[in-house]
Design a protein around this ligand. Structure first.
Ligand code: C5P
Length: 224
């Protein structure tokens, strides 16, 4: 079977990573969470007090950042490393989520991340999720999926995920963060979140994980 590139884009918290991970497993492909890269860059900027409104400071900081994906001990999931440190858990924090869309809107940050993403996809056999994968990173991807779900469902899902790590978090905070990220991501000048014209839309408001996986695998099998 020929190997393809699967690009999954969509709004925040609509299950892109879950689907992408499961698809990669089923197809024997590598999975890349492009959002984790923007989150790790944001974590670095926050820790090192980089003023991201200053172009020079951003460019200088990017030179000191090395991102890497490595398999976890169980050989099940890939995790993001920032300068050799596993930050998979830290980048999910709301402190990072509150700033990541601002950082991801910076042109030089996007150029830095996109170059690495394209390199990872050179040999195909990859599922990557994000906001601009089908439009900018892999405009020639054989399969493009655009995911969406009702707002209330997205908030509830993300809240359940985050409250496990941080019991003090409120549903209002989560709702506000999702709304803010969607707004910035779809209105930024550089690579705004858009559905690629040739992307297939999956609305998973009423779908189980198994159902959405089945749908997506069928799409992939029709191509390979
Ligand atoms: O996918 P995730 O929610 O982890 O992404 C975090 C943020 O990173 C998004 O809200 C968006 O601002 C940015 N992002 C992006 N382009 C991508 C992936 C993520 O701008 N391809």
């Amino acid at each position: 079977m020929k190997k393809i590139v699967v690009a999954i884009d969509g709004w925040s918290s609509c299950g892109k990573s879950t689907l992408a991970k499961q698809m990669a497993k089923e197809l024997g492909y590598i999975y890349v969470d492009s959002g984790a890269m923007y989150r790790a860059i944001t974590l670095y900027f926050l820790r090192n007090h980089v003023d991201w409104n200053e172009k020079k400071a951003v460019k200088k900081a990017l030179k000191d950042i090395e991102l890497d994906f490595r398999l976890n001990e169980q050989n099940e999931n890939v995790e993001i490393y920032l300068n050799d440190e596993n930050v998979e858990y830290l980048v999910r924090d709301l402190i990072v989520a509150e700033k990541v869309s601002e950082v991801a809107a910076i042109r030089s940050v996007r150029e830095f991340a996109v170059a690495q993403q394209q390199k990872l996809g050179k040999k195909k056999g990859i599922v990557m999720d994000g906001r601009d994968i089908g439009t900018v990173v892999f405009p020639k991807a054989e399969l493009k999926i655009f995911m969406t779900a009702d707002n209330a469902v997205r908030v509830e899902r993300r809240f359940r995920e985050l409250v496990e790590k941080n019991p003090n978090i409120t549903i209002e905070e989560v709702a506000e963060n999702i709304q803010m990220r969607d707004y910035i991501d779809s209105n930024r000048e550089v690579s705004p979140l858009r559905r690629a014209e040739d992307a297939v839309v999956i609305d998973n408001t009423k779908l189980t994980q198994e159902e959405q996986l089945k749908k997506a695998l069928k799409l992939a099998k029709n191509i390979t």
